[in-house]
Design a protein around this ligand. Structure first.
Ligand code: THU
Length: 137
């Protein structure tokens, strides 16, 4: 366990390293994500495409599912990076997936490979997200 504070630049760098592992023969658009746990661990992810296009997985969900499948539940920050013109906006499906496990106020750092960075939150990315409690009848 590593409880050292980690600055945003380091998390973006981790996401950038993950981006290099993207499997993107169809879109040629690599994305990397790095998810920091409250205990200081980082889970990274890249997008992984498929010849059957809808089977593809985004970088954010790769990182999130890796973490959750290792028993992690408490997250502090998510960083995402891509060679996009603006800091890469997560897709709607990833916004919903992140809102399941991350608090509304959790910091999300969006970056591009030109060095542009935007800081936002889970709730700003998906206001009014469908939550587990919404299934209470
Ligand atoms: N993609 C991500 O991995 N994350 C995002 O935030 C936006 C989109 C991927 C999905 C697909 O592999 C490629 O980018 C082009 O849509």
């Amino acid at each position: 366990m590593n409880n050292k504070p980690l600055d945003n630049t380091q998390l973006i760098e981790e996401a950038h390293r993950a981006m290099a592992k993207a499997y993107v023969p169809y879109s040629h658009f690599p994305v990397g994500a790095a998810l920091l746990t409250k205990s200081g661990k980082i889970y990274t992810g890249c997008n992984i495409e498929n010849a059957s296009y809808p089977v593809s997985n985004c970088a954010e969900r790769t990182a999130l599912f890796k973490a959750v499948s290792e028993g992690e539940r408490d997250f502090a920050t998510l960083a995402v990076i891509a060679p996009s013109k603006r800091p890469v906006p997560p897709c709607g499906m990833c916004r919903q997936a992140v809102s399941e496990f991350c608090s509304p106020g959790m910091l999300v750092i969006l970056a591009n490979t030109d060095g542009a960075v935007t800081r936002t939150t889970v709730a700003e990315l998906l206001p009014g997200a469908f939550q587990p409690e919404d299934m209470d009848q």
